[in-house]
Design a protein around this ligand. Structure first.
Ligand code: HEM
Length: 232
């Protein structure tokens, strides 16, 4: 049971679950970028990933991975605090080479999950969950739409400036979390020789930045589209 009880075992579970979440994020991003270029194609994907058994099964697996990642993050944070004892109350300068993100991974994770709850209430709850309840239409800004009309949801929510700002803050927290997370995961699984130490850091930063830019692109494009009221 070293995987569950030892520090390295817990870090390994964090890394593997983190890599799965990263893969989901890349898939989710590719799917959402489609909406910018073709709302029709996006809705086709939403229909495909509606309440089909494989989509529901994937959601259950995803929820389990998020839960595992969060539970182990909490265990590791508590373990680190216990090991450091009262030292954490000392005023200390961040050592050279240690990033701000690496020291705030848990807080960043909590912020990300907080925004995720907002995201679920706006999208997942009114789409997949509504479909699971057997609803063929849901209320969105005073009109009834199909829960499979994902483009309508994006258009509606990203026409509100406060939503756009909230999501951009979410993406910034995600960027910080990923810059350290990707690098740390690859270190834990053993790809940590001196040659690749800095390379993984650079690769992690590039992947995190592309994910940030992709989500921000979708959000901002839909906000700008809403400003010209369907005329562009
Ligand atoms: C441009 C930004 C985004 C858009 C337009 C978007 C859109 C959507 C939509 C339409 C759904 C519902 C799919 C369905 O239930 O059929 C969804 C679900 C979800 N989103 Fe996003 N999303 C965005 C950003 C994000 C980000 C940044 C994250 C994670 C940090 C995320 C995590 C999730 C998760 C975990 C689900 C549930 C997936 C499932 O049901 O299997 N989304 N999103």
């Amino acid at each position: 049971m070293w995987l569950l009880n030892s520090s390295i075992g817990r870090k390994l579970i964090m890394s593997i679950s983190g890599v799965f979440l990263l893969l989901f994020l890349i898939f989710h991003l590719c799917m959402n970028v489609t909406a910018v270029f073709s709302e029709e194609a996006y809705n086709m994907i939403c229909t495909l990933l509606g309440v089909n058994w494989y989509a529901v099964a994937a959601t259950v697996v995803l929820a389990a991975i998020i839960a595992i990642h969060f539970i182990y993050a909490t265990l590791l944070t508590l373990q680190n605090r216990k090991a450091r004892g009262n030292d954490r109350y000392d005023v200390n300068v961040r050592p050279k080479g240690v990033s701000w993100a690496s020291q705030n991974m848990f807080v960043l994770g909590v912020i990300i999950i907080g925004f995720m709850l907002l995201h679920f209430s706006q999208f997942w709850y009114k789409m997949m969950f509504a479909e699971l309840l057997g609803n063929h239409e849901v209320e969105l800004g005073g009109t009834l739409v199909s829960p499979q009309n994902g483009a309508a949801f994006i258009r509606y929510y990203f026409s509100h400036l406060w939503v756009v700002i909230a999501y951009l803050i979410w993406y910034v927290a995600l960027w910080f979390h990923l810059t350290h997370g990707i690098w740390s995961a690859l270190q834990t699984v053993g790809w940590n020789n001196t040659l690749w130490y800095n390379r993984w850091k650079t690769i992690g930063n590039i992947v995190a930045t592309l994910i940030f830019l992709g989500f921000a692109f979708v959000t901002i494009v839909f906000y700008l589209k809403s400003l010209c009221g369907g005329a562009c």
